[in-house]
Design a protein around this ligand. Sequence first.
Ligand code: FES
Length: 97
Amino acid sequence: MYAIYKVCTHLGCLYGWSSLTKRFEWSLATGASFNLTAQYIEGPAPRSLDHFVIQVQDASGKVIAQTDANGGPVQVTDPNATLAIDTGKRIEGKRHS
Ligand code: FES
């Protein structure tokens, strides 16, 4: 599971998911596009999309999993787990060349 910031890393557009192209992208053809895990594919954006830190907590509130330092995915295997998404901890997407 990922928590992806819904603001483009180019000029701050609000992108959406396209079920046709299977990408996150802006509605205009000149916009950037990103894959399902928010990695840059093409367009004017200088880097991949940003992620937020997710903490998975068990029923007692103990943190049992957390997003890694690179914004990598977190596994949620406990059906009773609670997710806490810290929008104050944004992990910048990687720059591309
Ligand atoms: S703001 Fe998203 S491509 Fe420019």
